[in-house]
Design a protein around this ligand. Structure first.
Ligand code: PLP
Length: 482
């Protein structure tokens, strides 16, 4: 988005790209969507794309690629060991982060597997601003526990705080001294804190955490999967960074941490992932696991085409015009929904627009999965597929007790450069209609509940026939419209 003002005074996010390849979309009648939802066990993850109109499930691996990325994919150098493509990627990672030792991995959670196996000992604690689903699962599987030290403001769905992803530094110091540094596997900062609405941390906060880590000799790790959004927010919200380029901010962040890992399904708009560091000892320890779980050290489970796209995508992440499209479209959508009184997470973050299900469907108790129910209802009335980020995304403890999530969110991800503004307006329109008719939405219950990461494959049912009531109301308001 450029810094272009509209004569009308309207605040419109103006795209700094043009679309040259398109994919036709389907929009099914609501009756077909109800069948599809039943086939999918009321879990949006199990829907088929052919039944979906706007896929806002995730930005993972579905951001639009640039012409330069596509061109690079054509000249990839294919070989099992020692391909030029890998060297190009390794060099680009080194150039951008200033960390020259790079391990390839097939996606973000694969990096987490390697890091958790290497650094998490049974009984140890990993401290973080907030957990991500796969991150916590890997740490727990390796016998560790996760402690979240998110700043108080981060837990407020609506706040004026510009850096809701910040860590509470006094609590960090207190927790490390209480547990003893030797029992801390690492401190982890997640950029663009996913589960609390894509909220950023500030560079100043990261620097404070670094000081504490240095006091105790504890390692600091960055999950950079959602770094692009966080870079943009630091640039526009953190005063002392306003004169820094995106590249300089990236380096300033990277300089604070010992290890960086990322999902390139998000960062760099490609596929794959990787871990980088300047610490030889850590590098060698982690390296052993790469051929075992990922593939040889010069591809790590990625195709050479993916690696080429990633190298170019990482470079394009340094362009503010490229990385501001997501946050600005999300801010637009969030503001339009606010105007209509729909409860949303504020300030608008990265990754997607987040509806506050706890408020939207406040008549549904947490044990009936309000965010999951809202996700199913929104798909039903619009064909827009979002992702539940609430209690369904949690796991039961060893005694089968279900922890209620801090927030019940329906995340509507905004894949970069994929949707047009009129499509966003369509989503806003249907969400506003659903909000008017929110009392028709009822709860869900599991009929098949996997033990690990149940939100991916679990099947549910409704606890009353509320979808039929919603379909009837839709038909009476919209006639035979799709
Ligand atoms: C998506 C994501 C991951 C996992 O990456 P995958 O490529 O999906 O395995 C890890 N951390 C964060 C913050 C993420 O958003």
């Amino acid at each position: 988005m450029s810094n272009v003002k509209f004569y009308s005074g309207e605040n419109i996010p103006l795209e700094m790209h043009k679309v040259r390849i398109v994919q036709k979309l389907n929009i099914m009648p609501i009756e077909r969507r109800l069948e599809a939802l039943k086939e999918a066990g009321f879990n949006n993850f199990l829907l088929k794309n052919r039944d979906v109109f706007m896929d806002m499930l995730t930005d993972s691996g579905v951001n639009a690629m640039s012409d330069k990325q596509m061109a690079a994919m054509m000249e990839a150098d294919d070989s099992y060991a020692g391909s030029e493509t890998f060297t190009k990627l390794e060099t680009k990672v080194g150039e951008i982060f200033g960390k020259t030792l790079y391990l390839p991995a097939h996606q973000g959670r694969a990096c987490e597997n390697i890091i958790a196996q290497t650094f998490v000992n049974p009984g140890s604690t990993a401290i973080m601003n907030y957990h991500f689903t796969t991150t916590r699962s890997h740490i727990v599987r390796n016998g560790g526990t996760v402690e979240e030290l998110l700043n108080e403001e981060g837990y407020q769905v609506n706040s004026e705080c510009l850096f809701k992803g910040n860590m509470d530094i006094p609590k960090l110091r207190a927790l490390i001294s209480e547990k003893g540094a030797e029992n801390i596997s690492f401190v982890r900062f997640e950029a663009g804190t996913n589960l609390i609405g894509g909220q950023p941390f500030s560079l100043a906060n990261l620097m404070e955490a670094r000081k504490v880590c240095d006091e105790f000799g504890v390692m600091l790790i960055l999950d950079a999967s959602l770094l692009a959004d966080n870079l943009y927010f630091i640039k526009v919200r953190e005063e002392q960074c306003q004169d820094m380029s995106i590249r300089e901010i990236t380096r300033a962040i990277a300089n604070q941490v010992d290890i960086i890992y990322f999902s390139a399904r998000k960062l760099g708009c490609a596929r794959g992932g990787g871990i980088c560091t300047n610490n030889e000892e850590h590098f060698v320890k982690m390296r052993e696991l790469v051929p075992l779980y990922e593939g040889f050290l010069t591809y790590g489970g990625m195709s050479v085409r993916e690696m080429e796209a990633m190298a170019v995508g990482l470079e394009e992440t340094m362009d503010e015009d490229m990385i501001n499209q997501g946050p600005q479209f999300i801010a637009y959508m969030t503001e339009e929904l606010q105007k209509k009184g729909v409860p949303v997470v504020t300030p608008a973050g990265g990754l997607g627009c987040h509806l506050n299900a706890m408020e939207f469907v406040k008549h549904i108790p947490q044990q009936d999965y309000p965010a999951g129910a809202l996700a199913a209802a929104l798909y039903l009335v619009s064909g827009v597929r979002g992702m539940e980020r609430g209690t369904m995304s949690e796991e039961r403890d060893d005694n089968g007790v279900e922890p209620f999530a801090d927030m019940e969110l329906l995340r509507l991800a905004m894949p970069r450069r994929v949707f047009t503004l009129s499509q966003v307006k369509y989503a806003v329109d249907r969400i506003a209609w659903l909000y008017e008719n929110r009392n028709l939405i009822g709860g869900l219950k599991f009929v098949e509940e996997p033990k690990i990461l149940r939100f991916f494959l679990g099947r549910l049912d409704t606890n009353s026939d509320w979808p039929t009531a919603l379909v009837q109301k839709f038909r009476s308001d919209f006639g035979d419209s799709l």
